[in-house]
Design a protein around this ligand. Structure first.
Ligand SMILES: Nc1nc2c(ncn2[C@@H]2O[C@H](COP(=O)(O)OP(=O)(O)OP(=O)(O)O)[C@@H](O)[C@H]2O)c(=O)[nH]1
Ligand SMILES: [Mg+2]
Length: 375
């Protein structure tokens, strides 16, 4: 596999030479994979790019992109990731800082986890065995910890101990290549949150590994002062966007319900078809409507356009819908009435239907409309 380690730099002249030598030494023992470095320099006035260029002939696996100017960490990574996928045939992309806060010796451990089947390896400072610098002030510690809790709760994410770490490896095929990087919120540090949410939404298998986050060796921090506020804004924006999707899903579902009911009445009353069969026809009408409108509207950013994909996913959609009604909704009603009798059957119906709604939304988001075909 080809691993591309993307390293954004801005005024890292004091670090890059040693960094390149260390990474090359640390990764030379990795067998069976090709490792390349991709620097994205924000046109540093201190000559960082020239130093990198000078080292390119010595190693042969270093690429450099120079931006017009410093445009933020997220912008640099979006440029780097797009280049790594389009022009370097990357199978895996690693995000890494240039200031030795991320230990190059850890790269091997990221590779091992990808080999073991992980799609998204997170270098965590807060999991057991990880650490942050001892001399970090209370404010920075607090921001990191509170930020993590806030992000997790507001975005209803799976349990990860470090949502904002900068040391990560992402699998390209089926994950990074399906994500619309140009539309990530924030061109600053907060792009990390959005990328993580996208990887989770695309069903990435996540593996956390502990890392020791060091103090930067040389040079000064480029952290923008508005990072915390920007991150807060991004988390809330994603929340609102997700809520929009959920509301659209509910409206589409309601239209489906009406179609189901009208179809049922129509075929029973007009054609005198057996009520059970009439309902089946009505329900299929609802399924078709739900699929069509969710594709056109709720998940318009992940629309199935290609006819074959549209039809294949429609079959999946039918199967998922049938599974939901039979095993989740009816199954739950069966279990409830088995334990508590039939007296409260109306309540059981609503409870089971609520679970079905959540099941449907999860399956639609994570399975049916998971793979985005780039338009
Ligand atoms: N190309 C580019 N690189 C950047 C930009 N901002 C930061 N970087 C680089 O991205 C990496 C992370 O930035 P840092 O300033 O170290 O941020 P940090 O690690 O969160 O903060 P410190 O702990 O203070 O170092 C470093 O390698 C920087 O040189 C930018 O706007 N453009
Ligand atoms: Mg740093």
């Amino acid at each position: 596999m080809k691993f591309v380690v993307i390293i954004p730099t801005y005024n890292e002249a004091d670090n890059v030479e040693k960094l390149i030598r260390t990474i090359e030494a640390e990764t030379s023992s990795i067998a069976g994979h090709e490792i390349s470095l991709l620097f994205v320099d924000g046109n540093s006035p201190d000559g960082t790019a020239a130093l990198i260029r000078k080292m390119q002939p010595e190693f042969g696996n270093i690429e450099l992109l120079v931006e017009e100017s410093k445009r933020g960490l997220g912008a640099a990574y979006i440029t780097g990731m797009t280049h790594a996928m389009k022009n370097m045939a990357a199978d895996v992309v690693v995000e890494m800082d240039a200031d030795f806060q991320h230990d190059p010796a850890d790269l091997k451990r990221f590779v091992v986890q990808i080999d073991n089947g992980a799609d998204y390896v997170i270098g965590s400072r807060f999991t057991k065995g990880g650490s942050i610098p001892k001399d970090w002030g209370f404010y920075r510690k607090f921001l990191s910890v509170a930020g993590n809790i806030f992000t997790r709760v507001v975005l209803n994410l799976p349990k990860i101990s470090d949502y904002t770490t900068g040391y990560k490896a992402s699998r390209v095929k089926g994950f990074l290549d399906q994500i619309d990087l140009e539309h990530l919120e924030s061109r600053g540090f907060a792009y990390k949150m959005h990328l993580l949410v996208e990887m989770v939404d695309h069903g990435a298998k996540i593996k956390e590994i502990p890392i020791h986050f060091a103090n930067r060796e040389k040079g000064v921090s480029k952290m923008e002062g508005n990072n915390p506020l920007d991150s807060l804004k991004v988390v809330l924006k994603i929340r609102v966007k997700k809520s929009h999707r959920f509301i659209k899903f509910l409206i589409v579902g309601f239209v489906g319900l009406v179609i189901n009911f009208v179809g049922y009445q129509f075929f029973f009353a007009v054609f005198k078809i057996h009520p059970a069969l009439s309902n089946l026809i009505g329900a299929e009408g609802a399924i078709i409507s739900n699929y069509y409108f969710n594709n056109r509207w709720t998940f318009s950013d992940r629309k199935h356009i290609d006819l074959k994909q549209f039809l294949v996913k429609f079959v999946h959609f039918n199967l998922a819908s049938a599974f939901g009604v039979i095993f989740i909704q009816s199954g739950l009603i069966f279990v409830f009435t088995y334990f508590f009798g039939t007296e409260l059957h109306i309540l059981f119906f609503f409870l089971a239907t609520a679970v079905l709604v959540i099941y449907n939304f999860t399956v639609y988001s994570r399975v049916i409309w998971r793979a985005v075909e780039k338009i």
